[in-house]
Design a protein around this ligand. Structure first.
Ligand code: SF4
Length: 430
């Protein structure tokens, strides 16, 4: 059956444009723009004790090297506040300019006032309106944090979380709701409280003199459908840059899937200017995993490109060896490990596509779609692995060192295409 003559070409799906205003978060010469037409930013948070300045600086560097463009640290005690300038100094010495975000709860007004070096060393303050104080202290203490942001010219994130929602505000909205002819259900009132807390706090900060482009908002919840509902409404009601993330996403597959589902739907709708994936690390898992997942979400949606993508088939009964799984993992690990250096040495390298396939069924075809690909022999096939470069079969690998040789070919391809080196493939063929 052929297509109808009236059929229109089908356009590729794409995320809707964002409409937020842009905030700037800076350290020295490094300026990270968030919102407006800036790329959606990846951020992360340390899980070290901030008082351990060296350990914290090392983890910040790891997160930054993995691709985190902002790193948040806990600032919860006078000792932690005193350590912040030292952490910043250590990072500067290591040549790491990633801006730091201070996470404050309960005593941020005091710490930012009593530790001016801490206030100055941070590039952004996270303020939780539910944890700035109760009663008549709330506005005063919130005001002290905004004062610090204005004094040191820092951005703030007004970060509401349903686990620490402003209880007085919620009680007031519940009370008003009970007087409605048709009261909303409790969940709808809670959504309203999250959004009201964020927007009213931002407006109060602006009334005090903070510029709108110094403000980023978030309203984090841990349910996927709750997050989608809240952020759709938050984005409809204001144009502040939005920090997006599912709070307490959980461990392992559950955390990855829940975060990916929620963030992808919102990002596709043009909602969200910076993201964090709040994974609980599994025992022995690197903290950088949350950066890897956040980057993969943006890359899968076509919003950013961070690392070369490796296309690998899942394997099936046609391939019984684990060779191609090991090769796919080895190449993927290798490309990621090289990126901190390659990003500088080979601009544009992150856009290449590498294919590692298990047999002749889809191997050659998928490898031709990639910049460089290898089709390993499936069960019963001749023990040879054709390599395709720029859509053409370039050579065939045989023997026990296929993995090593393919890695060398990838290396040579990248050096030649992005660094002007002589073709390594030629050398191997000779
Ligand atoms: S390419 Fe071959 S081995 Fe891989 S999934 Fe397809 S049929 Fe199976």
């Amino acid at each position: 059956m052929t297509g109808s003559s009236t059929a229109m070409p089908i356009a590729m799906a794409a995320p809707l444009p964002r409409r937020s205003r842009q905030a700037k978060i800076a350290w020295g010469e490094r300026v990270v723009t968030v919102g407006g037409d800036a790329p959606v930013r990846v951020q992360s948070m340390t899980n070290t004790d901030t008082v351990d300045a060296i350990g914290t600086a090392i983890q910040i560097k790891e997160l930054a090297q993995a691709g985190s463009e902002l790193v948040r640290i806990t600032v919860n005690t006078p000792e932690a506040a005193a350590a912040v300038p030292y952490i910043r100094e250590q990072l500067d010495r290591m040549g790491e300019t990633v801006p730091l975000v201070g996470d404050f709860h309960y005593n941020g007004h005091r710490l930012l006032t009593e530790f001016p070096d801490c206030a100055q060393a941070l590039s952004k303050y996270r303020i939780n309106p539910g944890n700035v104080g109760k009663g008549d202290k709330r506005d005063k203490q919130f005001g002290q944090m905004i004062d610090a942001a204005m004094r040191w010219d820092k951005a703030v994130r007004i970060g509401v979380n349903w686990g620490s929602l402003d209880q007085e505000l919620l009680a007031g909205l519940m009370d008003a709701n009970s007087k409605r002819a048709q009261p909303w259900d409790a969940r709808q009132v809670m959504y309203e409280a999250l959004i009201t807390s964020a927007i009213e706090s931002a407006r109060r900060a602006e009334q005090m003199g903070l510029k709108g482009d110094q403000i980023i908002l978030s309203c984090k919840v841990s349910g996927v459908q709750d997050l989608i509902a809240v952020y759709r409404e938050l984005a409809r009601r204001c144009d502040y840059a939005l920090h997006l993330g599912l709070t307490e996403a959980g461990m392992g597959t559950k955390g990855v899937v829940a975060s990916t589902t929620a963030l992808s739907i919102l990002l596709q709708e043009g909602i969200g200017d910076t993201i964090r994936v709040s994974l609980t690390p599994q025992p022995g898992e690197a903290r950088t995993q949350e950066v890897v997942v956040a980057s993969e979400i943006l890359q899968a949606l076509g919003l950013r490109v961070f690392v070369p993508s490796v296309t690998a088939c899942p394997g099936c009964g046609r391939t019984t060896s684990t060779t191609f799984q090991e090769l796919a993992k080895q190449i993927d690990d290798y490309l990621r490990a090289q990126m901190p250096v390659w990003r500088v040495r080979y601009p544009g390298v992150e856009k290449i596509k590498v294919a590692v396939m298990g047999c002749i069924v889809n191997g050659p075809g998928e490898s031709k779609h990639a910049d460089i690909g290898i089709s390993l022999p499936g069960t019963g096939e001749a023990p040879a692995a054709p390599v395709f470069i720029d859509g053409e079969k370039a050579l065939t690998l045989r023997g026990d060192n296929i993995a090593r040789e393919f890695q060398d070919i990838v290396d040579g391809y990248i050096a030649r295409r992005f660094g002007g080196a002589a073709p390594v493939v030629d050398a191997i063929q000779k």
